[in-house]
Design a binder for this molecule. Structure first.
Ligand code: NAD
Ligand code: ZN
Length: 231
């Protein structure tokens, strides 16, 4: 059985990483246009660096939760029959034990050089004086995050997995950001059973064949156990 899983900010909520649209539509107190668009970065790169420096520093204060660990356990058992796609920019799937994670919206632990286009691991602070280790340009680095209006990563690989899967599961995502929000329809049209795991109804809910209502920390381990019991 081939399974594709899409995760969003909700899977990391119980680890203490705030979601995006929780109540106020702000991301940690900021308007999305300020900190998650190329125009926002052009307007005020210092503020955008500070914002992602804070998000990156926050990672050392949070731990993966049982949902991240359960998905790693699933990968251990079914290997390449699992495609794990995340919209999250944190590293909690990897720290939970997952080996193959498609970070379609980039990663806090990666930098992108606006001069030479290289992407490289970045663990510390990023600033207007940071130097690219490849082309040596100064001040042209940016967080390797796919901002609104930019093209997500791995779309070819993701589409191939969606077309070929038997089960598609969406966990902890509001379904308001495209193209991720449309993955359920691709999988459904190609014959997959579709499941949504979320404590609250989403605007995408009617596209799913099955709803599991509850927090990821308890519902994902429970669902993984049922899958492994059938293997
Ligand atoms: P979102 O914030 O728009 O939606 C979060 C969803 O999680 C909601 O539907 C909510 O009901 C659900 N949720 C809340 N608590 C949950 C729990 N305990 N278990 C399961 N679900 C729960 O998130 P999104 O759809 O991923 O879109 C936000 C965008 O912002 C992403 O593309 C991402 O790049 C970025 N972002 C990332 C992080 C992160 O890396 N952890 C955090 C915030 C935002
Ligand atoms: Zn460079």
């Amino acid at each position: 059985m081939k399974i594709v899983i899409l995760t969003g900010a909700g899977i990391s909520a119980e680890s203490g990483v705030p979601t995006f649209r929780a109540s106020d539509g702000l991301w940690e107190g900021h308007r999305v246009e300020e900190v998650a668009t190329p125009e926002g970065f052009e307007r005020n790169p210092g503020l955008v660096h500070d914002f992602y420096n804070m998000r990156r520093a926050q990672l050392s204060h949070v731990e993966p939760n049982p949902a991240h660990r359960a998905l790693a356990r699933l990968e251990e058992h079914i290997g390449e029959n699992l495609t794990l796609i995340t919209q999250n920019v944190d590293d909690l799937h990897e720290r939970g034990g997952s080996k193959r994670v498609l970070h379609m919206h980039g990663s806090l632990l990666s930098a992108l050089c606006n001069s030479c286009g290289e992407r490289f691991r970045w663990l510390g602070k990023m600033s207007l004086t940071s130097k690219c280790p490849f082309c040596k340009a100064i001040g042209l680095e940016r967080p390797d995050i796919v901002w609104f209006g930019e093209m997500p990563y791995y779309l070819g690989e993701i589409e191939a997995a969606l077309i070929d899967c038997d089960v598609f599961v969406s966990i902890g995502t509001s379904g308001m950001v495209n193209p991720a929000a449309s993955f359920v329809q691709i999988a459904h049209n190609c014959g997959a059973h579709t499941i949504e795991i979320n404590p609250y109804p989403t605007q995408n809910a009617h596209h799913f064949a099955e709803q599991i209502q509850g927090p990821a920390g308890s519902e994902v381990p429970r669902w993984v156990e049922t899958v492994l019991a059938k293997e």
